[in-house]
Design a binder for this molecule. Structure first.
Ligand SMILES: Cc1ncc(COP(=O)(O)O)c(C=O)c1O
Length: 392
């Protein structure tokens, strides 16, 4: 067919490699895929296993991320989302209905906590929070209507490490699924599916992406049926991952093992230094022998991870002074980056809590969260030490 130039500007030929293949994952940014036959397009509407036709339902670049994380976690299948909260909301909302009951660890990420409270206040889902320290608490909380147990491998900012296999076993009942947020541990330190979890969720914004330049989330499922169930809900929720964000995450994940190893080494070094400093009253790091869950961490984690927190003896004022005094560490709310980041939870992420509620969540007025990056550890300590000098 001979076409006018105006038409040819629109219909740029799409190149497919012939006789070779790309080494890196290609970015399929376009959200539509076309078909030669009406029956083939109709079949694509049937479900996630069909051909790609519209990227909210599936996309090859996004699928590459889903398969990469599912493979690392030892799962059957994955689903990628626009953010960690997209993944968490899809899994929670896709599994429970009004009248159901959820058991959740008390010290979960703030957005997850608000979602659980919202489910309870507006959607008629009952939620029981447990400390996560005792499987008996989970057994006692079980009801005939309990549908979901929700845990985090390493909690924020206390670095509590729960005994995943014991808690999951305590809730092992037909029809009840266990969901674990593995953001802080990453599949390099722990694989919750091996400990009985049914679903693992990640904020890929953190360690998986790793460079503070992408928002994303991933859910990994032990069974293909579980993926299908959440996919049905997720395509309507509309929190699908953008292909470019998925591509950035896949690219970042190529250095995940190197980053996590370096972050863990740096974090242990800084935790030990902090523990010996007079301005610091307490350090929370699972890799330290004095951590209350050190034995569990040694059993479940291959290293302590990149996040620690510590309490400044000078309380709230000292906390604020410290975060404003650091020069190399960046003052911000995220974690899992190549950059080292600091946060004073009492004046930021947990500012809505009064002193009693902070204490109940094991967060002090002078607690600082340190999300350790991959810089040289001596430069990090020099920066932290000069900031500590301002609060001593
Ligand atoms: C443990 C954990 N889960 C989930 C989230 C939510 O992730 P996102 O910000 O990508 O929605 C966060 C964010 O900080 C987190 O720390």
């Amino acid at each position: 067919m001979s076409l006018h130039r105006e038409t040819r500007t629109v219909h740029t030929p799409v190149q497919q490699p012939v006789g070779s293949k790309p080494l890196s994952v290609p970015i399929y940014q376009g959200h539509m895929f076309t078909f030669d036959g009406a029956d083939e397009l109709a079949a694509a509407f049937d479900g996630p296993e069909g051909a790609y036709f519209y990227s909210r339902l599936g996309n090859p670049t996004v699928r590459a991320l889903e398969e990469a994380v599912a493979d690392l976690e030892g799962g059957t299948a994955g689903l990628a989302f626009a953010s960690g909260m997209g993944a968490i909301s899809a899994v929670l909302l896709g599994h429970v209905r009004s009248g159901d009951h959820v058991i959740a660890q008390h010290c979960v990420y703030g957005g997850t906590y608000s979602t659980l409270c919202d489910l309870s206040e507006r959607w008629g889902v009952e939620v029981t929070f447990v400390s996560g320290d005792d499987p008996a608490e989970v057994r006692e909380a079980l009801r005939p209507t309990t549908k979901l147990l929700y845990l985090e491998t390493i909690a924020n900012p206390t670095t509590q490490v729960v005994d995943l296999p014991a808690l999951i076993r305590a809730a092992d009942r037909p029809g009840l699924i266990s969901v674990v947020d593995n953001t802080f541990a990453t599949p390099l330190l722990c694989r919750p599916l091996e400990h009985g979890a049914d679903v693992v969720v990640h904020s890929a914004t953190k360690f998986l992406g790793g460079h503070s330049d992408v928002l994303g989330g991933v859910a990994v499922f032990a069974s293909a049926e579980a993926r299908r169930r959440i996919w049905d809900h997720a395509i309507d929720l509309g929190a699908s991952a953008d292909p470019f964000a998925a591509w950035l995450t896949v690219r970042g994940m190529q250095t995940l093992a190197l980053r996590v190893e370096r972050q863990s080494v740096n974090a242990l070094f800084l935790a030990e230094r902090l523990a010996g400093h007079p301005a610091v009253s307490h350090v929370n790091y699972p890799g330290l022998a004095g951590h209350p869950n050190h034995a569990i961490a040694q059993r479940l984690l291959t290293a302590g991870g990149g996040v620690l927190s510590f309490d400044l003896a000078g309380g709230r004022e000292a906390g604020r002074t410290f975060v404003e005094a650091v020069r190399l560490c960046a003052l911000t709310g995220s974690l899992g980056s190549v950059h080292t980041l600091v946060l004073h939870p009492a004046s930021t992420s947990h500012r809505q809590l009064d002193a009693a509620s902070l204490a109940a969540a094991s967060i002090g007025e002078g607690t600082i969260r340190l999300a350790v990056g991959i810089e040289h550890r001596d430069d990090l300590w020099d920066d932290i030490e000069q900031a500590l000098a301002k609060v001593t």
